[in-house]
Design a protein around this ligand. Structure first.
Ligand code: FAD
Length: 419
C-alpha cells in the first residue's frame, strides 16, 4: 500500500506542497490527496490592483485542478473535521480520508461579521474590502464613481494576510486620484491599530515618511470597534471617531472554521500551533504551513513558499524516520507597491527586521526599503512567477527558507528617517 498524504487546502501552500511531493515521490510509493471547498484558485496579490482597474477579477483566478500535477487526487468539498487520534479527515460530502501524513494549508478566513455594523447598512455601498474577489470588483466601481471626499483605509486588527497590502492600497489611491485629476478633492486617511505605519521599527519610520510625502494622514492605535456605514463613521474602542465618505477596510482574520471542530488541532482563534523551524504541528505526522499557522511571521505567499520547502523535506525525513530539518528561520520577502510605477522591497525573518541595502547581494539590482521602478517591475513579474514557478514547486536558486544578510545594512540613527 502506498503511503497516504492528505493536504487540506488547495491554495498557495497546499498546491505547492502537493506538486513538490509529486516531484519527489513515485505514485507507487505515495498517494497524494488535496481537499478544497471550491475550484477557484485566486492569485491574491492581484486583488490589490483590481479596485484601480489595473487588473480584472477574472484575470487572477484559475481552476485549482489545473495547478496540480498529474497523479494528485483533488477532492472538491469542504473539510468537516479532523480526528487526530484516528488519523482521519471527515469531509462535508460524507467521505472519510485516512492519512499517514496530514498537511494543514487551509489559510485564514475573513470575519467581517465580528465587527459591529461592518456588514450592515452601507456595506458594498460606501464600505468595502478588497480582500475578496467580489469585494475588490465592487470597489472598482465605487472608486470610479468617487468624485471627491474623505476615503479612510483601515484594518481592524492583526493578524491579517499581507500586512502591507492596506498601505499599498493607500499609496495606490494617491496615485489613482492624481491620474484622474481629482487628488486635491480627496482626503486620504490611513487608520491602523498599530503604533506606527508598520510592525517593524525601521520600515515603519520609512513607510510613515512615505504616507506623509503623499499627503495621507496616519492615525495610529485606532482599534475599530464599530462601523456606521449609513452615517459614515468608523468608531474605535477608545471612543474616537473617523468620518468617511468611503471606507476601505480589512476585516478580522481567523483560522478555518473546521479547526474548532477538530479537538487538539488549533488555538482559540482557529490558527494551528506549529513548530517555527520544522513546521511540525499537533502530532508528529501533522504539518502546517502558510496563513493557517500561528507562526510569528507575516501571513504571505513568500512565507508560505519558503515554509513549503522545509515542510516537504521534513515529510520525506519523517517517512524515512530521520531527524527533521529545523531550517525555516521566518524568512519573508515582499514588494510594497507605492504608486507612480514604483515599489519598495523588504526582506526579513524572525530575528532581523527589514533593513536597507540591496537584494540579493550588495551589488544586487533591487534596492531594499527604497522606492524603485525595478522593484515595481518585480512586483508585476511576481504573478507570472507565481503560476509558473512557485505553484508548480520548481527550485528557485537564491530564494529559500533561510534569509541571507548579504547586501543588508544597519542604518545609523541619523539615516533612519529618509534614505
Ligand atoms: C489583498 C492581498 C494581497 C496580498 N499580497 C501579497 C503579496 O504581495 N505578497 C505575498 O507574498 N503575499 C501576499 N498576500 C498573501 C498571500 O496571498 C497568502 O499569504 C497566501 O495565499 C497564503 O497561502 P495559504 O495556502 O496559507 O492560504 P490560501 O492560499 O488562502 O489557501 C487556503 C485554501 O484553503 C481552502 N479552505 C479553507 N477552509 C477550507 C475548508 N473548510 N475546506 C476546504 N478547503 C478550505 C480555501 O478555499 C483556500 O483555497 C496577499 C493577500 C491578499 C488578500
Amino acid at each position: 500500500m502506498p503511503t497516504q498524504i492528505v493536504i487540506l487546502g488547495g491554495g498557495t501552500g497546499g498546491t505547492l506542497t502537493a506538486n513538490r511531493l509529486r516531484r519527489r515521490f513515485d505514485e507507487d510509493d505515495l498517494e497524494i490527496h488535496v481537499v478544497d471547498r471550491d475550484d477557484r484558485h485566486v492569485y491574491q496579490p492581484g486583488l490589490l490592483f483590481v479596485p484601480f482597474g489595473l487588473a480584472q477579477a477574472d484575470e487572477i483566478v484559475r481552476p485549482r485542478k489545473r495547478q496540480l500535477r498529474n497523479g494528485i487526487v483533488f477532492h472538491e468539498t469542504a473539510v468537516e473535521s479532523v480526528a487526530l487520534d484516528d488519523d482521519r479527515v471527515h469531509l462535508a460530502d460524507g467521505s472519510v480520508l485516512p492519512y499517514d501524513v496530514l498537511v494543514v494549508a487551509t489559510g485564514s478566513t475573513l470575519q467581517p461579521e465580528e465587527t459591529e455594523g461592518l456588514t450592515g447598512p452601507g456595506w458594498l455601498d460606501r464600505v468595502f474590502t478588497f480582500y475578496s474577489v467580489d469585494g475588490a470588483a465592487a470597489l472598482q466601481g465605487a472608486l470610479e464613481r468617487f468624485d471627491g471626499g474623505r476615503l479612510v483605509v483601515n484594518f481592524v486588527d492583526m493578524p491579517i494576510k499581507c500586512p502591507v497590502a492596506p498601505l499599498e492600497f493607500a499609496f495606490l489611491a494617491d496615485w489613482y486620484f492624481h491620474e484622474r485629476g481629482i487628488r486635491n478633492r480627496v482626503e486620504l486617511v490611513y487608520a491602523t491599530p498599530l503604533d506606527g505605519a508598520f510592525t517593524k521599527p525601521i520600515a515603519s519610520t520609512q513607510l510613515a515618511c512615505l504616507l506623509d510625502d503623499k499627503g495621507v494622514e496616519l492615525v495610529t492605535e485606532f482599534n475599530a470597534s464599530e462601523v456606521d456605514g449609513e452615517g459614515g463613521r468608523l468608531v474605535s474602542y477608545d471612543g474616537r471617531e473617523l468620518d468617511f465618505d468611503l471606507l476601505v477596510t480589512v476585516p478580522l482574520h481567523g483560522g478555518a472554521a473546521y479547526v474548532e471542530r477538530s479537538p487538539g488541532l488549533g488555538d482559540p482563534l482557529g490558527f494551528v500551533p506549529t513548530d517555527r523551524a520544522t513546521l511540525q504541528s499537533a502530532r508528529p505526522n501533522v504539518f502546517a504551513l502558510g496563513d493557517a499557522t500561528d507562526l510569528p511571521t507575516s501571513k504571505a505567499g513568500s512565507v508560505t513558499h519558503f515554509e513549503g520547502e522545509v515542510l516537504t523535506e521534513n515529510i520525506e525525513r519523517f517517512l524515512a524516520d530521520e531527524e527533521l530539518d529545523a531550517g525555516y528561520d521566518g524568512h519573508a520577502n515582499c514588494f510594497i507597491e507605492t504608486g507612480f510605477h514604483r515599489a519598495l522591497l523588504i526582506d526579513f525573518n524572525y530575528n532581523v527586521e527589514p533593513l536597507p541595502g540591496h537584494f540579493p547581494t550588495p551589488a544586487g539590482p533591487l534596492p531594499l526599503l527604497r522606492e524603485s521602478r525595478l522593484n515595481h517591475l518585480g512586483k508585476l513579474m511576481f504573478q507570472w512567477f507565481y503560476w509558473h514557478g512557485l505553484l508548480p514547486g520548481r527550485e528557485l536558486p537564491g530564494l529559500g527558507p533561510t534569509m541571507s544578510m548579504a547586501g543588508k545594512k544597519q542604518p545609523r540613527p541619523d539615516e533612519r528617517r529618509r534614505r
